[in-house]
Design a protein around this ligand. Structure first.
Ligand SMILES: N[C@H](CCC[C@H](N)C(=O)O)C(=O)O
Length: 267
């Protein structure tokens, strides 16, 4: 039986969204992987399943391109606010808040967490300068904004071979839940960012990556809040002061509505 879905993106970070609030949808890792496949499925960086919530207007479950369920997705949260009008969203990383003013959507994620066991990292260390290196990338900052991120500040983001370095950092045993890898360049008070996403690889934009990177840059006094973060797919405005949730403002784009018979995917 055909099941409707919405195709949306946030700055080119694209999503397939199923609404399971009326008609529950039991998502599995193989099925999420099959839907996300850009040749034999619909194709997306992340798959989103909406569910009822007792803690928020809606619950958002997030599955990476590799099928793994994860705790947070910044760009998708803006799409869910735009699609549903929700003002609060329950995620695995906590309840987040959203609002819309014309095409500008603001989402407050959680208050960032910096302790080694909150990122999480396997053993105690200073997360302001993780004492590790991978080729030209070393001494990153680590932060959890609902999901785990490493942030490397470099002189030229385009000079970093993230496709080669990303996977070995993502899968390093130091990170028990794997990790999202951000390389950032600060120039004239703004940030240029490229992200190798856990479970999805190089994406055109990463909302939680932009939040994690802005928080790291503000915390290390490289920039002041709010800060513009520009990625290949476009820019977000990120605001954060210590002790408060990190806030992101940006767009959400509706591309098309479709239908799919999930059983045909054979997953
Ligand atoms: N790959 C991320 C999830 C999606 C994050 C990104 N799409 C965003 O907009 O935040 C993770 O495994 O935590």
């Amino acid at each position: 039986m055909a099941r409707p879905f919405h195709k949306m993106h946030g700055l080119g970070n694209d999503f397939v969204i199923f609404d399971g609030r009326e008609e529950p949808l039991a998502m599995t890792e193989p099925l999420a992987r099959a839907v996300a496949d850009r040749r034999t499925g619909i194709g997306c960086d992340q798959l989103i399943v909406l569910e009822p919530s007792s803690r928020a207007n809606v619950r958002m479950r997030i599955y990476n391109h590799d099928g793994g369920e994860v705790q947070s997705c910044g760009n998708a949260s803006r799409c869910v606010v735009a699609l549903t009008g929700a003002r609060t969203i329950e995620t695995g990383g906590g309840v987040i808040a959203g609002s819309e003013d014309g095409g500008r959507i603001e989402v407050s994620l959680i208050e960032p967490r910096f302790a080694w066991d909150q990122v999480p990292i396997t053993y105690p260390m200073d997360t302001d300068a993780v004492p590790m290196g991978w080729g030209p990338l070393e001494k990153p900052m680590a932060v959890n904004v609902g999901n785990p991120h490493l942030v490397f500040f470099v002189d030229d983001v385009d000079a970093i071979d993230l496709v080669r370095l990303g996977p070995s950092i993502e899968h390093d045993p130091a990170f028990p839940e794997r990790i999202n890898v951000n390389v950032a360049q600060v120039k004239d008070g703004a940030i240029r960012l490229r992200t190798w996403e856990r479970g999805a690889g190089l994406t055109l934009a990463c909302g939680t990556g932009a939040c994690a990177t802005a928080v790291a840059a503000i915390k290390s006094k490289r920039v002041t809040s709010p800060v513009k973060v520009t990625m290949q797919g476009g820019s977000l405005e990120i605001a954060w002061v210590p002790g408060e949730p990190v806030r992101m403002i940006g767009s959400a784009t509706y591309v098309f509505r479709g239908e799919i018979e999930l059983e045909r995917l054979g997953a």
